[in-house]
Design a protein around this ligand. Structure first.
Ligand code: APR
Length: 237
């Protein structure tokens, strides 16, 4: 419980929650991300080899993110918070759909595509230059700007903060993640032993360890149903 004694709901989200907003997941298809090999566009080595390709790739992804709209799952979580529940979202997603739905406490484990950061100092984070990042756009220390996104093989600076949040959970809801990527997948194990954990995903039963309650459903159906249930239960108490 938090100091004000409301139960703390922590929601861990992955690409699946944004799938019905039109943003592709990573591991449902052929291992490519929008026709690019992951190692070309989402690794430090790919960036070293061809920064122009990487910048172009993320500039295109940004257009998709801006066009996407929050779906009923994003909206239900925001409405739960607005109804007075203590909700914190830890997302692996780099889009801003939780924020646009109205959620206020959102931790981005893998960064935010709509921001830029220094390629020589990950602590230097900037608003996006107009028109996207170009070669020659520099940080205050003179390094090239890059997308504010954590790539494969890189450290996850927000992980410690995310662990602290999960450690305080009274209820853990996991939505739309294959739980295939470390260290994000380890977060589940940081929850207190008595904390119930629910996974909403079309493949939930196949993905869940046996101590997790699996709800085999797309996010836009499973999440609003759960949220509705919690809100009705609160009214009865
Ligand atoms: N609703 C809910 N879940 C869905 C839906 C849907 N409509 N459609 C697909 N899914 C589920 C899939 O069943 C799968 O379990 O979303 C999950 C997507 O898994 P991944 O593509 O592996 O995405 P994620 O777990 O978020 O990946 C983690 O890996 O590529 C890196 O950094 C990237 O943040 C990403 C991380």
């Amino acid at each position: 419980m938090t100091a004000d004694s409301r139960p703390r709901l922590v929601v861990l989200t992955g690409a699946g929650i944004s799938a019905e907003s039109g943003l592709k997941t990573f591991r449902d298809g052929d291992g490519l991300w929008e026709n690019h090999a992951i190692e070309d566009v989402a690794t430090p080595e790919g960036w070293q080899r061809d920064p122009e390709l990487v910048l172009r790739f993320y500039n295109e992804r940004r257009t998709q993110v801006r066009r996407a709209r929050p779906n009923p799952a994003h909206r239900a979580l925001a409405e739960l918070e607005q109804a007075g529940f203590d909700v914190c979202i830890v997302t692996q997603n780099i889009d801003d759909l939780h924020e646009r739905a109205g959620s206020r406490e959102v931790v981005h484990l893998h960064g935010e595509i709509l921001k830029a950061r220094s390629s020589i100092d990950p602590r230097l984070i900037y608003p996006l230059p107009r028109g996207g990042i170009r070669l020659g756009d520099l940080c205050d220390k003179g390094g090239q700007l890059r997308p504010h996104v954590v790539w494969f093989g890189e450290a996850v600076p927000a992980y410690g903060h995310a662990c602290d949040i999960v450690t305080e959970a009274d209820l853990l809801l996991v939505v739309g993640t294959s739980l295939a990527v470390m260290p994000a997948a380890m977060l589940l194990h940081e929850a207190p032993t008595e904390c119930p954990c629910i996974l909403v995903d079309p493949n939930a039963s196949a993905l869940s360890p046996d101590w997790v309650r699996a709800i085999d459903a797309p996010a836009s159906q499973g999440v609003p149903k759960l949220v509705d249930h919690w809100r009705r239960r609160q009214r009865l108490e």
